[in-house]
Write a protein that binds this ligand. Structure first.
Ligand SMILES: *Cc1c(COP(=O)(O)O)cnc(C)c1O
Length: 233
């Protein structure tokens, strides 16, 4: 079931690319596996999934060291990250999507330096200015990126990420995705050293097709692949 869901979702990604006149190779589908058991991740893997997203450090560490999951999986940290937990995942994640403060970037930089690596990060933008969400405002994002780029040399900003509001009609989020895309174009024009805007991580089960039409290069899909999450287990 999970395998079929993954293939069906990938097909929808490809169709959305076609509609938008984009090459499907431009868009990466991340299977968001939070709360789900390893055997379900393996089913997705066997259907072709190689990129997985988790939002909690403990669960991510656990799954990254699993004996049953293949080692060529690329892990994405997509949830709020506390500074004291950075050290547990730093050398094992392929991309951290959720950087929204200089202090967090600074800690990632310290830990990356210790490991002798450069860690790619995305800046999380709270485009709808929702109280309940993490992320820097659209207005503050450019300055945060300039500061990270000029002061920290073991992290590299490679794009933006956003979690759009939950809406019934996905078209309601089109404007938000469009704003994020505009922001990434503006930042790209600044040609800041050590910054690239190659990644736009936006779109979830409810709205990933609209996000692709608006320029997403990474979509993060959980429910459509693994089913509803039960947080009361
Ligand atoms: C859970 C989560 C997703 C996936 O959400 P679905 O609606 O289940 O597809 C995507 N991004 C983030 C940051 C998440 O926490």
């Amino acid at each position: 079931m999970v395998g079929d869901n993954y293939k069906r979702t990938l097909e929808r990604v490809h169709k959305a690319c076609e509609r938008a006149g984009r090459d499907p190779s431009e868009v990466t589908l991340i299977a968001v596996s939070k709360t789900k058991p390893e055997d379900m991740l393996l089913e997705a893997y066997n259907a072709g999934a190689r990129e997985f997203g988790e939002n909690k450090v403990q669960e991510l560490s656990h799954k990254m060291s699993s004996n049953i999951l293949p080692k060529d999986i690329k892990w994405h940290m997509i949830g709020h990250l506390q500074r004291n937990k950075v050290k547990y995942i730093i050398d094992k994640v392929s991309l951290i999507h959720s950087v929204d403060s200089f202090r967090l970037a600074e800690e990632i930089n310290i830990q990356a330096k210790k490991c002798g690596i450069i860690v790619p990060i995305l800046i999380e933008v709270n485009a709808a200015n929702e109280e309940s969400k993490f992320g820097v405002s659209l207005e503050d994002a450019p300055e945060l990126i300039r500061q990270i780029a000029s002061e920290l040399n073991s992290v590299r900003v490679t794009g933006l990420m956003t979690v759009a509001p939950y809406v019934v009609d996905s078209n309601e989020n089109r404007e938000i995705f469009h704003k994020i895309r505009d922001l990434s174009v503006d930042i790209d024009k600044e040609k800041i050293d050590n910054v690239s805007m190659e990644n736009l991580s936006m779109g979830m089960s409810n709205d990933f097709e609209v996000a692709i039409e608006e320029g997403a290069t990474i979509v993060r899909v959980g429910t459509d692949i693994f089913g509803e999450r039960n947080y009361n287990l």
